[in-house]
Write a protein that binds this ligand. Structure first.
Ligand code: PLP
Length: 751
């Protein structure tokens, strides 16, 4: 059963609202502008809903217009205020120079201000009202600026943090200024007393779908006498202020929700909601040690929690919650490469890690005891799963055994953890500051000793955190005396179980660039090459003009030390290719191929590089970051949907299905009924460890990757195809789109 805790994004539609909408689409389908009985019935319904909203919002003699939602309401409010300002200015009145909006406002507000300010040619300055650490407006600042403002926009409550604005304080700060005032009431509907007409609020937009009505219906309050400029002109509906035949099913559904608000039966009162929130907060704190709340609960809606956990990204937590069938949302937007920090939390001045790692949990006032109890149980299970993966807690425990090679990525930079479960020894290559705490916890929790923390070269773009990691684990360190790159002094070869790690100097990218060769005897399984070779890009093999020959010679030395199947594990991987081989790179990169076969001399290399950069107008760093696309083009993996997969499985019963989710997710969720299939669990973080086995499969054996949403599985399939196994597929849309995710695990055991 899904536990939906993302009510600030949208809510399910209340059963009585669904019924009302259906009735308005079936027996009561009339157009309220028609003057026959069917139309009159529709109009009566619409009038009744408006009157109810009028009462509930304390709208007094103000008007309520039905809109498509808050975004439309915001446009109408801003357009109306700005057009009135222009008229005043044209009449010679002073209108001030500022359009103000709260720094944590929904994007619809500042974007609408900029849009209409430009379209109307007003040329006013659009400026953010600062907020304090508690997320509330700086009222002293506002009081100072208000006399120069033409329009002030603030929200009733914030959608990310739930922080409730001090509307009375804002009203006071506006003082005697003539500014218009818009209050975005979206998150306040049904949760806060709006008392619209008793305040000097000119406009207040609302959206039905944030309170159990369907999407596409909203309300705009306009204070009696406040100017209105219609956004939509046409048939003259809504008193000619908003033309277009009304969304009657939406209005009927909204009416049912408002009726539920009035009857006092359907929704919990504030005290009960606050108790629910406190239970969730306590459960979260117990499940995730170190968890911090990003907004003061005292000033927040009782239905919103925004938090961050040190060392755990919001992406990780979202994947985890989703695996437990708990829907929450990231406080920040995640792109493939980098988590975008939340501008709301930034405006509040929170530390960078909190702004990037935020998670929002929100429920609606229809939440009940059963939902909260089940949510708490799942949160506890999530915490337990992370503990089993040694991602939280420090108590030594068995946990999932470490895979020989694990890859961690932070903004495209790769850190590698090599582990030997038999001897419980590990090596870290290219440590990153962001990962130190996690690695320290992992090694302690799994009771590993540390053979070495190595850098492949002196990094230009980030500091090595090797020394800090060694200092954090003095009791686990097997060799205290090390050189500048972390290699233990007086030792030639490191032994990791029955494998060895050797060094190979590769000057070129930097003078001290070194590869670490993991293998047995002279057989190299994986070479950790730092930035000397980047998969798919010219990368750092774009031959710095100062050292072209050194790098060319280094590449040839590397080629001599490797076998055709030896994998190269890079120090940077902006396009998620995971690993590569020299052969794969030579096929994609003419410069590298030239260096290896000797057809390019120093002069040729330098001019080829210069030509390339001139042609693209890029800096070296940009060349590196986007070279992947420039040099080798997109390599999208073929997608399968559920039907395509079943078909493929019929044709190829030997196909391998690979779940690339992390163990902390796999532990929490059941898999769909798959029948008799060969199923593997290979989390994306340990993909490289498994690549050689898949590459050794017969060429026609399909390998189908799947994950939660199809993103990680696409990366895995692309990486395997690029290395030569063409029959690599991704399950499009991931488990999220799987037709029926019912218990079926018996038939789908991991091999
Ligand atoms: N304002 C706030 C505070 C919101 O949370 C939202 C929706 O997320 C909006 C405005 C925009 O609402 P809609 O997308 O329904 O128009």
């Amino acid at each position: 059963m899904e536990i939906y805790l993302d009510a600030n994004a949208t809510t399910p539609v209340l059963p009585q609202a669904r019924a009302a909408a259906l009735a308005a689409m079936s027996e009561d389908f009339g157009n309220p502008s028609s003057i026959h009985s069917t139309g009159l019935k529709a109009r009566a319904l619409m009038d009744a809903v408006r009157a109810r909203a009028q009462r509930l919002l304390g709208a007094g003699a103000g008007q309520l217009l039905f809109t498509s939602g808050a975004t439309e309401g915001i446009q109408t409010a801003v357009l109306s205020a700005l057009r009135a300002l222009r008229a005043r200015r044209d009449a010679g009145e002073s209108i001030g120079s500022l359009l103000l909006y709260g720094a944590t406002e929904h994007k619809a507000v500042p974007e609408a201000l900029k849009h209409w300010n430009e379209l109307l040619g007003l040329g006013l300055e659009v400026r953010a009202i600062p907020v304090g650490r508690d997320g509330r407006h700086d009222l002293a600042w506002l009081a100072l600026q208000a006399p120069r403002a033409g329009l002030v926009c603030t929200m009733a409550a914030n959608n990310e943090t739930g922080v409730v604005s001090d509307l009375d304080g804002i009203e006071q700060a506006l003082g005697a200024s003539r500014t218009f005032w818009m209050v975005d009431g979206v998150q306040g509907l049904g949760k806060l007393e709006m008392r619209l007409a008793s305040r000097r609020i000119d406009y207040a937009p609302f959206s039905g779908h944030k309170l159990y009505a369907p999407k596409g219906i909203g309300l705009l309050y306009v204070r009696e006498g406040a100017p209105v400029t219609p956004l939509l002109a046409g048939g003259g509906q809504e008193g000619a202020l908003r033309s277009g035949t009304e969304n009657m099913s939406g209005i009927a559904a909204l009416g049912a929700v408002l009726a539920a608000l009035e009857d006092g039966q359907t929704f919990r009162d504030t005290a009960t909601l606050a108790r629910y929130r406190d239970r969730l907060a306590e459960t979260l704190q117990a499940a995730f040690p170190g968890l911090v709340f990003n907004a003061p609960l005292d000033f927040s809606l009782p239905t919103t929690l925004n938090f961050a956990v040190p060392g755990l990204s919001s992406k990780l937590l979202l994947d985890l919650f989703d695996a437990a069938d708990v829907r929450v949302s990231g406080g920040s937007a995640c792109s493939a490469a980098k988590a975008q920090p939340s501008f709301v939390l930034q405006a509040m001045g929170l530390p960078e890690w909190q702004t990037a790692a935020a998670v929002r949990l929100s429920f609606g006032p229809a939440a009940d005891e059963q939902l909260i109890a089940e949510a708490c149980a799942r949160i506890r299970a999530c915490g337990e799963s992370l503990r089993e993966s040694c991602l939280t807690g420090t108590v030594a425990q068995e946990g999932t055994p470490l895979t020989p090679i694990t890859r961690y990525v932070v903004d495209g930079a790769c850190c590698w953890l090599l582990a030997d479960p038999a001897s419980r020894t590990a090596i870290v290559i290219d440590p990153l500051p962001e990962l130190n705490e996690r690695l320290e916890r992992l090694l302690r929790c799994q009771d590993y000793r540390l053979l070495a923390v190595l850098d492949t070269h002196s990094h230009g773009d980030h500091a090595s955190s090797g020394q800090a990691l060694r200092e954090a684990l003095p009791d686990r360190l097997l060799h205290a005396e090390v050189d500048a790159l972390g290699w233990p002094l007086g030792i030639d070869t490191l032994h990791l179980g029955n494998q060895t790690l050797r060094r190979l100097a590769l000057p070129g990218h930097t003078a001290d660039s070194t590869a670490y060769l993991l293998g047995q005897g002279t057989q190299v399984r994986v070479a950790f090459v730092g930035d000397t070779v980047m998969p798919g890009a010219l990368g750092r093999t774009d031959f710095p003009v100062s050292e072209p020959l050194a790098l060319r010679d280094s590449l040839r030395r590397l080629a001599d030390a490797l076998q055709p199947g030896s994998l190269l594990a890079p120090g940077h991987d902006y396009e998620n290719r995971f690993a590569t081989t020299l052969g794969t790179e030579a096929a994609h990169q003419p410069l590298l191929a030239g260096a290896l076969n000797g057809s390019l001399d120093a002069l040729g290399l330098a001019s080829a590089k210069a030509e390339f950069e001139r042609g693209l107008g890029l800096t070296e760093y940009q060349t590196m970051a986007c070279g992947a696309r420039v040099c080798s083009g997109p390599e999208a993996a073929p997608e399968l949907d559920a039907r395509g997969l079943r078909q493929l499985l019929r044709q190829h019963p030997e196909a391998l299905l690979v779940d690339v989710r992390e163990p902390y997710e796999q532990r929490l969720s059941l898999l769909p009924e798959l029948g008799e299939v060969r199923l593997q669990a290979v989390p994306l973080s340990v993909l490289v460890d498994q690549l050689p086995q898949w590459l050794a499969l017969p060429a026609e054996t399909p390998v189908v990757f799947f994950c939660r949403s199809g993103n990680r599985s696409e990366q895995a399939a692309r990486a395997l195809r690029r290395l030569g196994h063409e029959a690599a597929y991704t399950l499009a849309g991931g488990l999220a789109l799987w037709p029926q995710c019912e218990p079926g695990l018996e038939a789908a055991l991991y091999v």
